[in-house]
Write a protein that binds this ligand. Structure first.
Ligand SMILES: C[S@@+](CC[C@H](N)C(=O)[O-])C[C@H]1O[C@@H](n2cnc3c(N)ncnc32)[C@H](O)[C@@H]1O
Length: 199
């Protein structure tokens, strides 16, 4: 179990949602802890696929090293690291639709704090991710309002999530209300595709 309550809750959602054989995307790879947690949930099926995005080479190198020491080596080819902005999430050809897309927003722990996710590209990515998801797929978004861009970003993500039609989406925002500027978690579940997008 991970120590921080927001991450523990996110991981519990992922565990109940993902099955081996699914396709998942980590939109903010960072040092790779989430990528490794997702990889462990997908192990054991030849069709599992995990894509992991980050704009920083150092993050992807750290994540790749962590993954190599955490999962059996035969699973490594099922994890594709992408050095690109997650606003380009729709630019990668996929064999099937993702079941889960994860965002752990903010800056790289132990890295340059000025390189942080930005509201504009995060929203662009989320809008595309929402379209990409399979029916009964989900978005998991962890926000960090303890720094100025993180606060703006949380507000923008929550506004966007509130606007999703309830006939197609279940949206839940978890907040730790006895701690100021605590991280929060959005779980956004696509329960029904619009008729025009049924596959
Ligand atoms: C809080 S960290 C993620 C932590 C990570 N999931 C883990 O388990 O270690 C946020 C990461 O998002 C990355 N990032 C910032 N802007 C990005 C963007 N536009 N596209 C993809 N990644 C981005 C940062 O480089 C940073 O590594």
């Amino acid at each position: 179990m991970v120590a921080s309550p927001h991450l523990a809750l996110a991981h519990a959602y992922w565990k109940s949602h993902l099955r081996p054989g699914d396709l998942a995307i980590d939109a903010t790879c960072g040092n790779g802890h989430d990528t490794c947690a997702l990889a462990k949930l997908l192990l054991g099926h030849s069709e599992s696929l995990l894509l992991s995005f980050d704009i920083q080479t150092a993050a992807l190198e750290n994540a790749e090293a962590l993954l190599q020491s955490s999962v059996p080596k035969e699973f490594l080819p099922r994890v594709l690291f992408q050095r690109r902005c997650h606003s380009e999430i729709d630019q990668i050809p996929l064999p099937h639709f993702p079941k889960l897309i994860v965002y752990n927003l903010g800056y790289l722990p132990g890295g340059d704090k000025s390189i942080t996710t930005q509201s504009i590209t995060t929203l662009t990515s989320l809008q595309k991710a929402a379209k990409l998801l399979e029916e009964r797929g989900a978005l998991s978004v962890t926000c960090y309002p303890g720094h100025p861009e993180g606060k703006r970003e949380e507000e923008a993500v929550v506004e966007w999530a509130k606007s999703l039609p309830s006939e197609q989406w279940h949206v839940c925002h978890h907040q730790w209300i006895n701690r100021s500027a605590a991280p929060s978690l959005l779980w956004i579940f696509k329960h029904l595709l619009p008729a025009s997008e049924r596959r």
